[in-house]
Design a protein around this ligand. Structure first.
Ligand code: HEM
Length: 123
């Protein structure tokens, strides 16, 4: 039996492992490596704050991901397939590491945000 996501350390583990998958992914990896040359030292802590806030309401994140992805979409359009793959990698990573109520919640939240992004992008 795996443990549930309990604290920020668990979030960090999840985020790190997720981006290890993202970077080598044939469908979406190039967004991070070529379209935006992501500075991982900066991006990863932002993502820890983002997910820590989504799951534990830590209040540390104050960005606007919707706006950032809309801007990115103008530069290099996303497709539905990209979002499906993003969510698959996210769910796979959660399932590899954790199970429980918070693990279920974080997957649901990721899916809802992804759905809202797609509605705004493809409307
Ligand atoms: C097609 C799927 C997606 C792709 C290819 C993608 C790609 C990216 C890229 C390239 C960045 C910029 C990183 C940087 O500036 O260094 C970014 C930032 C971010 N993404 Fe995504 N993304 C996707 C979907 C999502 C989804 C579904 C979520 C949330 C559930 C999400 C949450 C974020 C957040 C929170 C940031 C940081 C924004 C900030 O700097 O405040 N992304 N994404």
């Amino acid at each position: 039996m795996k443990k549930d996501i309990e604290n920020r350390k668990d979030i960090e583990k999840l985020v790190n492992q997720f981006y290890e998958k993202v970077k080598v992914d044939k469908t979406i990896g190039y967004f991070f490596l070529d379209v935006v040359k992501v500075n991982w030292e900066k991006h990863l802590p932002v993502m820890y704050d983002f997910w820590d806030n989504i799951l534990f309401y830590s209040g540390h994140y104050s960005g606007n991901p919707m706006q950032q992805h809309l801007a990115l979409h103008l530069k290099n359009p996303f497709t539905v397939k990209d979002f499906v793959q993003w969510n698959k990698l996210f769910n796979d990573t959660v399932d590899e590491l954790f199970e429980g109520e918070n693990a279920d919640t974080i997957k649901q939240r990721a899916q809802s945000i992804s759905t809202v992004m797609q509605i705004k992008m493809f409307k």
